[in-house]
Design a protein around this ligand. Structure first.
Ligand code: AHM
Ligand code: MG
Length: 345
């Protein structure tokens, strides 16, 4: 039997593997450690929502000194508190903050941007469905240079390909942390007894052959364009003799849907449709980090046709359609969707 003490903690893994092998700036491990601490705090509050409703009675105050009133705001505050002192960060982009949040004590010569969805899918909490925190770390180097120069938005609106690291914390039956810094994807489970995140999966690869799952909200079918219709019709066709047909899976909570897709394979889709011409999910702190995770695990992510990681955001809260998962399924979707503009309603 494998002794538990031999399983590396997140801290030990970061010290040994990241410091030795990653091309990310060495200090980034402090940011990840801060995100793990915030994840622990958020997990505790998420677990109590059944008792307290979605209003945590923590007495915490938000960045403006106001009492925290919503669990998403609590999650945002928890992350900011845990990472803000890190000299590596010059600003935070958060789903919970309309504007860019500069960090006054930032590294004077540049630093990094943390893009963040503090608590994605929180509307699911009332029914005990898993939710998650999504993060993305991008480099920032001010071309105007130096302290007091102010943050230059064009330096912040970087394509996902520039990410130094990305990942998520999933608050489910277990609290799971998954990250990549461009050298594979690693997964940790939080041990409720020791409070440590323990290495559970090193170098995660989307399995091949993968599960034949498609994952989308089919209630929007009537608003899809003809190519999206045809794609899903294709998945529903009877498989050739001896082959396995498709099955559907959709939780409606991005981190949980992506985590399943990462571990067993399949195709997650949140397309654009009539009424949501850019889809729903946010590019900088939802789609791009999941795109890097997928690519590092041997999968792919697109907006239907174009690689998510190649898209440069026009503004910090930009939305995008997202197709992510097993590479061959994402590719198949892209060939079905090619030219969809010409066919859309
Ligand atoms: P949120 O940012 O308001 O929490 O919404 C994001 C969530 C994702 O977790 C999920 O993939 C998607 O919304 C589900 O949307 P829909 O209910 O339209 O299927
Ligand atoms: Mg969200």
């Amino acid at each position: 039997m494998r002794s538990r003490t031999l399983v590396p903690t997140l801290g030990a893994f970061l010290e040994s593997e990241e410091a030795a092998h990653s091309s990310a700036p060495p200090d980034w491990i402090h940011v990840l450690a801060g995100l793990a601490r915030a994840g622990t705090r958020i997990a505790r509050v998420v677990a109590r929502t059944g008792l307290t409703g979605t209003l945590p009675r923590t007495g915490d105050r938000n960045v403006h000194g106001e009492a925290a009133t919503r669990i998403d705001q609590y999650a945002h505050n928890a992350v900011v508190e845990e990472v803000a002192a890190d000299e590596m960060l010059c600003c935070i982009v958060s789903e919970e903050a309309e504007d860019l949040m500069p960090i006054p004590s930032s590294h004077p010569d540049g630093g990094c941007i943390l893009a963040l969805d503090p608590l994605d899918g929180s509307s699911n909490l009332g029914v005990n469905v898993p939710v998650g925190t999504i993060f993305s770390l991008l480099p920032y180097s001010s071309s105007d240079g130096g302290p007091g120069a102010g943050l230059t938005l064009t330096e912040i609106l970087r394509p996902g390909r520039d990410q130094i690291a990305a990942g998520y914390v999933l608050y489910g039956a277990a609290t799971v942390l998954v990250y990549t810094s461009g050298r594979g994807v690693h997964g940790f489970i939080r041990d409720p007894e020791s409070g440590e995140f323990l290495l559970n999966r090193r170098d995660i690869r989307i399995p091949s052959p993968s599960a034949r799952h498609y994952s989308t909200n089919e209630a929007y079918t009537r608003r899809w364009n003809p190519r999206q219709h045809e794609l899903v019709r294709h998945f529903k066709r009877p498989p050739p003799e001896g082959a396995k047909g498709f099955s559907a899976r959709y939780i409606g909570s991005l981190v949980a849907d992506i985590h399943r897709t990462l571990l067993v394979g399949g195709l997650f889709m949140y397309p654009a449709f009539r009424g949501k011409p850019e889809g729903k999910l946010r590019l900088m702190y939802e789609a791009a980090p999941m795109g890097l995770i997928m690519e590092q695990a041997g999968g792919r992510a697109t907006n239907g046709t174009e690689d998510i990681l190649d898209i440069r955001p026009r503004h910090i809260h930009q939305r995008t359609p997202l197709f992510a998962g097993t590479r061959e399924l994402v590719d198949a979707a892209a060939s079905h969707l090619e030219g969809e503009a010409a066919n859309s309603e």
